[in-house]
Design a protein around this ligand. Structure first.
Ligand SMILES: [Ca+2]
Ligand SMILES: [Ca+2]
Ligand SMILES: [Ca+2]
Length: 161
């Protein structure tokens, strides 16, 4: 189901530049992350529990694994669009997005073999969640997710939201 949400968000991301030009108080990058958080928080307790994050991480991995062979290569990750590419292009931040993507790839590809396997991906997702969980309650609040989840930080730095 989350995969469907991600796919729908990726499609709606084409509308992000238009939204950015509107009077909307919220940055579209931030609004997009909030939509991701709400889509992930299936029990609606405003905490992203490890089981919920595993669903999100798996959906993201499957989306990036274009040839469905169980590993994500650098090329696949560079080609993947998690919904932010249109916004990056609109803001002239394509180069910054490439750097952010390279950093995320390096974070996950711990054995430097040029691809992220399932074990590496699960470890990276868990590490990122642990790092973000600053109050140590075992789950991410939405604020912890926005401000401290590594993949959000990389996008935020790239897209200036
Ligand atoms: Ca693949
Ligand atoms: Ca690897
Ligand atoms: Ca927490």
């Amino acid at each position: 189901m989350l995969r469907t949400i991600l796919a729908a968000l990726a499609l709606s991301a084409a509308a992000l530049p238009a939204a950015a030009q509107s009077m909307s108080a919220k940055d579209p990058g931030r609004a997009f992350m909030e939509a991701i958080a709400m889509g992930t928080d299936t029990d609606r307790d405003r905490r992203l529990a490890p089981a919920e994050m595993r669903v999100l991480a798996t959906a993201a991995f499957d989306l990036a694994d274009a040839d469905s062979n169980g590993v994500v290569t650098r090329t696949e990750l560079e080609a993947a669009d998690f919904g932010m590419n249109a916004l990056a292009a609109h803001r002239g931040r394509g180069q910054a997005m490439e750097t952010a993507t390279a950093l995320m790839f390096a974070f996950a590809d711990r054995d430097h073999d040029g691809s992220i396997d399932g074990v590496e991906h699960a470890a990276a997702a868990r590490l990122a969640a642990d790092l973000a969980d600053t109050d140590g309650d075992g789950a991410m609040s939405y604020a912890e997710f926005y401000d401290g989840y590594m993949f959000n930080m990389a996008y935020r730095a790239a897209l200036h939201y």
